[in-house]
Ligand binder design. Structure first.
Ligand code: MRU
Length: 309
């Protein structure tokens, strides 16, 4: 299963909004459709957004759109994940947009296997691993970063158990990570986000592995709630790892200069279509937070495990 595919000059995306109940696809034949799909989270997760953005540039090229104009619009789709900006610039500076996008697509799959290989070294037989949000196959072209580490450990026949944070407000842990683990028959349990500290205090979690949207000087930006998981892990001396490719790194800025996306209020006021608070309730809905370096044990990359920047 691939999260995205280039087919007959169209970008085919799994519609992640419909999972886990329906495995359906959205087809994009122009770059504006891809922008829409990134904005409405048909496709999400930093590496998947990056490769989709690369194919958005290809669609702009095929349809004779000015590439600088398209690049600017594509970069406006979501502000936080470094991979989006990295991918658009890489295609913009290439000689052949399609060749470059296909290269990036293939690289993403290779990189995730390497992250899995290096990451599996820190997983012991019998570990219970907590993950937050979805840094799985669905967040990449295939295999995943944090869930790639878990997949690789499982392929090595280590008996592991996975615990997925629900990941309010959009529930990527519940709807996507649990689903991915179940597809592979990897033992998985779902918890409410607020439960992880208690589980850690009871010795029920051995390691935490999450993904990243941007890694810069001073820390890692990832899905909202990552910071609180990291704080709790530190309290109980539980190793806290971040798994991410180098395309997520932004060596030039401080992590505190990252633009944190603010999403719409209805993601918080509603569970699906059901309103859970009085009408008109005001909301603060940051989509990401910052895990400072002192809470991070190591960063698992395609070149090995490194210290935070
Ligand atoms: O808002 P999302 O679903 O795009 O956020 C995704 C995450 O925060 C992931 O953990 C991150 O992109 C890493 S994906 C390999």
């Amino acid at each position: 299963m691939k999260t995205l595919e280039w087919e007959n000059n169209k970008l085919k995306l799994i519609d992640q909004r419909k999972l886990p109940d329906e495995l359906t696809y959205v087809y994009c034949d122009n770059y504006k459709d891809v922008i829409k799909a990134i904005k409405n989270m048909t496709v999400r997760g930093a590496p998947a957004i990056g490769v989709s953005a690369a194919f958005a540039m290809v669609l702009a090229y095929i349809n004779d759109v000015d590439l600088n104009k398209a690049a600017k619009e594509i970069k406006d789709a979501r502000p936080t994940a470094k991979n989006l900006f990295w991918a658009v610039d890489r295609v913009l500076n290439s000689k052949n947009p399609l060749d470059e996008a296909i290269k990036m697509y293939n690289e993403d799959m290779k990189i995730n296997r390497l992250i899995g290989k290096y990451g599996a070294e820190i997983i012991d037989d019998g570990d219970t691993i907590l993950t937050h949000c979805n840094a799985g196959a669905l967040a990449c072209v295939d295999y995943g970063t944090a869930l790639g580490v878990i997949r690789a450990a499982n392929e090595q026949n280590k008996n592991i158990n996975v615990i997925c944070d629900e990941t309010r407000p959009r529930g990527q842990g519940a709807s996507l990570s649990v689903w991915e683990m179940q597809q592979e028959n990897i033992p998985v349990k779902l918890i409410c986000d607020v439960a992880s500290g208690y589980l850690m205090s009871q010795g029920m979690i051995d390691k935490v592995v999450i993904g990243a949207d941007r890694i810069a000087k001073g820390g890692v930006v990832n899905k909202i709630g990552s910071f609180m998981v990291a704080l709790a892990a530190k309290r109980f001396n539980i190793p806290f790892y971040v798994a991410a490719p180098y395309s997520t790194f932004d060596n030039e800025i401080s992590i505190y200069d990252t633009k944190i996306e603010e999403r719409s209020a209805d993601e918080v006021t509603h569970y699906g279509k059901c309103r859970i608070c009085p009408k008109g309730t005001e909301v603060i809905n940051p989509a990401f937070d910052i895990v400072p370096n002192d809470l991070i044990t190591g960063i698992i990359t395609e070149k090995g495990i490194i210290d935070p920047l």
